[in-house]
Structures are given as C-alpha cells and as structure tokens.
Design a protein around this ligand. Structure first.
Ligand code: GLY
Length: 350
C-alpha cells in the first residue's frame, strides 16, 4: 500500500498522509510523530460505528490512551453546546496540554474538534481523520475551525492548524452517493480556480483515480494556505461559489446541502462574471456540475440572495469580494461595493 505525503508549512508544520486502506496504520503514524498521550476522539453516530474501533485499537496498540465522544451526524450538531459537552468529556478524562484531540468524521466533526482543540486549555494539538470527500479535500486542511450560531454558519471559530491529517480513501466508499457528490463540488472548484488540467481530468465523472485527484486538490489547498494562512487575500479564492452557495444553503433552511449549494453558487459566479465583462464560462461549468448530478437552477431571486450575502462573514465594511472565473484554472478576486453585487446578480438574470 502506497501512502502519499503532502507537508504543509504554515504556523504549524504537518503532514497529510493519504492511503488506500491504511486506516489501521494510524497508531503507527501517530507514534512516529507524537509521544504517547491521551487522544480524545470526537466522532459522529454514522462514522464512529464504522471506523471508531479500528482507530482506537490502532492508537492503543501504539501506546496511546483513547477516549471517545460521539455526537449525532449532521450540521445541526455543530453548536457551541456540543463543543462544551466534548470539552466536559476531556475534563473528565483528565486530558492535559500534552494530550491530543482527534476528529474522526466529515467537516462538521473536523471543524468542531479543531475548535475544541483550539480553545481547550488555550490550545492543544489535534489530528484530522476525514471520512468524507469534502473534508478530505477542503475542511481537514488549513486550520479553519468553527461552529455555527443562529446568525449563521461558522461565525464562531479560530485558526488552528492540525498536527496531522490522516486520510484513508477507502473510507469514502461507505459514503451515501449524495454525500460523496457534495465533495465533488469542491473538487470542481479547485479546477476552476487554479488548475485547468484538474478541471479537465474531473470533467467526466468516474474516469479518474480518486486518490490522485484528492492529492492534487490538497496540494492546491496547501499552496494557498502556505501563502495566506489567515485569509487576508489569496485564500479567498477557495470561496469560489461559496458566497452565493452559503446564501442558497441558508435560504433553503439547510435543506440544500453545502455541495449542492456551492455547485449552484459556481454557476451564479460564472453568470456574474459574464455580466461583469469576463469571458462566459457558464455553459462549461454548468455542464460539469450537471454531469455530477447536481441541480443547476437557483430557487432564489437576487434580492433574497443579497439579503443573506450582506451578513456573510467575508464582507468587509461596505465591500464584498467575489471570486470570478477569468478562465478555467484562473479565478480572480474582485472587490466591489455590496450594491454592485445585487446589480450584477439582477443583470445575470437572477
Ligand atoms: N474552505 C475554505 C478555506 O479553507 O479557506
């Protein structure tokens, strides 16, 4: 079994290990990097029954002590109360500064475990073990951690880089097809923003080696994070399709999933780019999104989207920065008054 290694050099330096079938090697990988300690695992009730035992057995065989806290699967669990409950579990288990957190799950678990690790005892290390495609290519890498509050998604959080990301692509085989598809919205995103070759590779579903594609997405994210860890500029490119996507998610009451919303958001961004004066890539992006089985129509009007976009955490003062495709593989960040975003959406027919 070949394990690919990608190293991220940000405020913390850490390895991302990508294997096909290597989950039971996590204890060895951890022992090569960290002293024996307690590992406090956060997982959810879909993932833990599948992989919890393998991870705990492997860590314990490598002289780590493990404790586990399991939350219900789904975005509704991503709350401050659930972070507090996990922290209470760590207090009870006498987890100290020399111990670690481990996130076993998708983006919700990864963001929450990372946030708990960022604030518990003013910060302890954590390991990401992503089990969804979305977490593998995006949320497990780069150190963004957060929880949702009633005003919006991810509004409370911290930058806290993981100490290790350990991915077994075989774990993605048990995903519901719709959850797997959600991750492909992020994969397509990487192609559009920075890598035409990747875009062309993934344009036809099921025609490529998933492990290689995941590794390429992670390399792109690594390069962006190393240049702009704290999201002051370039990292904004990773939000392609997300400003509109987050608005769609919120307006749907989260019945439209993140990936489906981002897929539609990328199409809106392409339409907006056209009316902004850039070359029109709407048809090319729409075709790929459709081929993955995503809906392509936005069920909300420009005014509705705008009302949510105004409360987006990425807004700075009166301005909004949109990520617009200039070419496939080359997006730019376009800062403009918020009111112009509304005008552009209307002009684009929303
Ligand atoms: N998911 C976007 C970022 O990590 O910046």
């Amino acid at each position: 079994m070949e394990t690919a290694k990608i190293t991220v050099r940000a405020s913390g330096t850490y390895d991302i290990l990508i294997s096909k079938g290597g989950l039971s090697g996590i204890g060895k990988a951890a022992a090569e990097r960290f002293k024996p300690c307690t590992v406090a695992i956060l997982s959810d009730d879909k993932v833990f029954p599948l992989y919890g035992k393998t991870v705990m057995d492997s860590l314990e065989a490598a002289s780590f002590r493990t404790v586990a806290h399991v939350i219900p699967n789904g975005e509704q669990s991503k709350t401050l109360d659930n972070v507090t409950a996990f922290i209470d579990c760590m207090v009870k288990a006498q987890v100290t500064r020399t111990d670690m957190v481990l996130a076993l799950g998708g983006g919700v678990v990864g963001d929450m475990a990372g946030f708990a690790a960022a604030i518990y005892l003013r910060g302890i290390p954590y390991i990401q073990v992503p089990t969804t495609l979305l977490a593998a290519v995006d949320s497990s890498v780069g150190g963004k951690t957060a929880v949702d509050i009633s005003a919006g998604k991810n509004l409370v959080g911290a930058f806290h880089q993981p100490a290790l990301v350990y991915l077994d692509t075989e774990n993605l085989k048990t995903l519901d097809p719709s959850v797997l598809r959600d991750g492909f919205a992020e994969v397509i995103k990487y192609g559009v923003i920075l890598d035409k070759k990747l875009f062309d590779t993934v344009a036809k579903p099921n025609s490529f080696d998933l492990k290689e594609v995941i590794a390429r997405c992670i390399e792109i994210k690594r390069d962006v994070v190393e240049q702009d860890e704290f999201d002051k500029g370039l990292r904004g490119l990773l939000n392609f399709g997300h400003t509109f996507g987050h608005a769609i998610e919120k307006l749907s009451g989260f019945t439209i999933t993140h990936g489906s919303a981002v897929a539609r958001g990328m199409i809106i961004a392409a339409k907006v780019a056209r009316v902004y004066g850039f070359t029109d890539y709407t048809d090319i992006i729409t075709k790929v999104v459709k081929d993955y089985g995503f809906e392509t129509d936005c069920p909300f009007k420009a005014n509705e989207l705008y009302s949510v976009i105004l409360s987006d955490k990425k807004r700075s003062g009166a301005n909004i920065t949109l990520v617009l495709p200039k070419q496939i593989g080359a997006c730019t960040l376009e800062k403009m008054p918020a009111s112009q975003v509304l005008e552009l959406m209307k002009k684009a027919g929303l």
